[in-house]
Design a protein around this ligand. Structure first.
Ligand code: PHE
Length: 364
C-alpha cells in the first residue's frame, strides 16, 4: 500500500509540473492523455483497483480518485488560463482602429476626364431624343473630310482648317487627320438609309495652339435627315440640348448667319452668358458665347452621298466639346486638359461611379 501511495504522490508531482509547464492547449492535451487517457498512467493505476481485496480498495479507492480529481482540476484551471491568453493574442492581432478614415475603394480612385464627362452627358441628352451614336476614324481621306462635304480642292475653306497631312501615297493622294467630325455625316449617309438621326463625338485635329486651341481637340457632330426635317426642328433640338446640358430652365440663344460649305443656310449659335464674374454664368448677363456651328444640309452634300435632295433634307451641327467642358466646369486653359497632370485631373475630374443620366442628374 505504501508503494501505491508513493507512486501516486510521484505521479501527482510529475503531472502537476507538466500541467504548469504546458505552454499551449495542444501541449496540455498531451499531458491529459498521458495521465487520464485510456492508457494514461493514472487510468492504468485505477484499473488495478478491480484486483484488490475490499480492504485494500477501501484505502486505495479514495487515494486514486483524489489523485484523478486533483489532476483533472489542475488541467481545467490551466486550460482556462491558456484559453484566455490565446484570446488576448487573437484580439491584439485583429485589432481594428475604428477612428481611422475610411479607405477609398479602388474603383473610386480614378477620375473621369472632363471631356469624357461632357461626351457622356451629351450622349445621355441626345439618346433621350432618340439619336444614335456613330464613330468614324481619326485618319481620313480628302474625300470624306473635304470633297464629299462640298469642299473641293482649291476651295478657300481648306485653308481655314490648318490640316495635318500625312506623306503622299503612291497614287498621289494624302491621308490626313480629320479636321472636324463632319466626315462621319458622309460615312453614315453612304452606309445607311434615311431617316437618320445620330450624333458622332470624337477627336479632331488642326495645326493650332493657344489658350483655347490645342492641335487635338474634340467635337460632336449631329445630323438629322428625313423628308420634312426643317430649321424649326434644328432650333428646337439645340435649345433642348442647351437647357439640358447647362442644367437650367431656359437659355437664350442667338442664331447668327454664317458660312459652311456643307450647310445652306449656315448659322453659328451663341448663348447668353455673364462673363463679368470669376466664373462664366450661362443664361443670364449681357454677353454672348459661341458654342456651335450648324445649318441645313447643303443639297450638294446629299448628292455626294447618293441621296436625292428632291426627296430628303435635314440639318447638321458641330459642337466644340472642349469648349463646353471649359464653360461648364470653369477650367480656364484648354492646354491643361491634355498635360496628363494627376493634380489637375484630381481637381477637375469626375467620380467613375457617377454615370451621367437625365433622371439621375448629369453632373454633381
Ligand atoms: N464642321 C464644322 C466645323 O468644324 C462645324 C459644323 C458641323 C457646321 C455641321 C455646320 C454643320 O467648324
Amino acid at each position: 500500500m505504501s508503494d501505491l501511495k508513493s507512486e501516486a504522490a510521484a505521479l501527482e508531482e510529475q503531472f502537476t509540473q507538466a500541467i504548469t509547464d504546458a505552454e499551449s492547449l495542444d501541449a496540455l492535451e498531451q499531458v491529459r492523455v498521458a495521465a487520464l487517457g485510456k492508457k494514461g498512467r493514472v487510468s492504468e493505476l485505477m484499473k488495478g483497483l478491480g484486483k484488490m481485496s475490499p480492504d485494500e480498495r477501501k484505502e486505495a479507492g479514495p487515494l486514486l480518485n483524489g489523485l484523478k480529481a486533483r489532476i483533472t482540476e489542475a488541467i481545467t484551471t490551466r486550460q482556462d488560463v491558456l484559453h484566455d491568453a490565446a484570446l488576448t493574442v487573437k484580439l491584439e492581432q485583429e485589432r481594428v482602429d475604428v477612428t481611422l478614415p475610411v479607405a477609398t475603394p479602388d474603383a473610386e480612385q480614378g477620375r473621369i476626364h472632363p471631356n469624357s464627362q461632357v461626351i457622356d452627358e451629351i450622349v445621355a441628352i441626345f439618346a433621350d431624343m432618340g439619336f444614335d451614336v456613330k464613330e468614324g476614324p481619326d485618319i481620313e481621306t480628302d474625300e470624306y473630310n473635304f470633297n464629299a462635304l462640298n469642299i473641293p480642292p482649291e476651295h478657300p475653306a481648306r485653308q481655314m482648317h490648318d490640316t495635318f497631312y500625312f506623306h503622299e501615297q503612291e497614287d498621289g493622294s494624302r491621308l490626313l487627320l480629320r479636321t472636324h467630325t463632319s466626315p462621319v455625316q458622309v460615312r453614315t449617309m453612304r452606309s445607311e438609309e434615311p431617316p437618320l438621326r445620330f450624333i458622332a463625338p470624337g477627336r479632331t485635329f488642326r495645326c493650332d495652339s493657344d489658350q483655347t486651341h490645342t492641335p487635338m481637340f474634340h467635337q460632336v457632330e449631329g445630323m438629322v435627315i428625313d423628308k420634312e426635317t426643317h430649321m424649326g426642328h434644328l432650333r428646337w433640338t439645340l435649345e433642348e440640348f442647351c437647357k439640358a446640358f447647362f442644367e437650367v430652365d431656359s437659355v437664350e440663344m442667338r442664331f447668327r448667319p454664317s458660312y459652311f460649305p456643307f450647310t445652306e443656310p449656315s448659322m453659328e449659335v451663341d448663348v447668353r452668358c455673364d462673363r463679368s464674374g470669376k466664373d462664366i454664368k450661362i443664361g443670364q448677363g449681357d454677353d454672348w458665347m459661341e458654342i456651335l456651328g450648324c445649318g441645313m444640309v447643303n443639297p450638294n452634300v446629299l448628292k455626294a452621298s447618293n441621296l436625292d435632295p428632291e426627296i430628303y433634307q435635314g440639318f447638321a451641327f458641330g459642337i466644340g466639346i472642349d469648349r463646353l467642358a471649359m464653360l461648364k466646369y470653369g477650367a480656364p486653359d484648354l492646354r491643361a486638359f491634355f498635360d496628363g497632370d494627376a493634380r489637375w485631373i484630381k481637381h477637375y475630374g469626375f467620380s467613375p461611379l457617377d454615370v451621367p443620366s437625365l433622371y439621375g442628374g448629369l453632373s454633381r
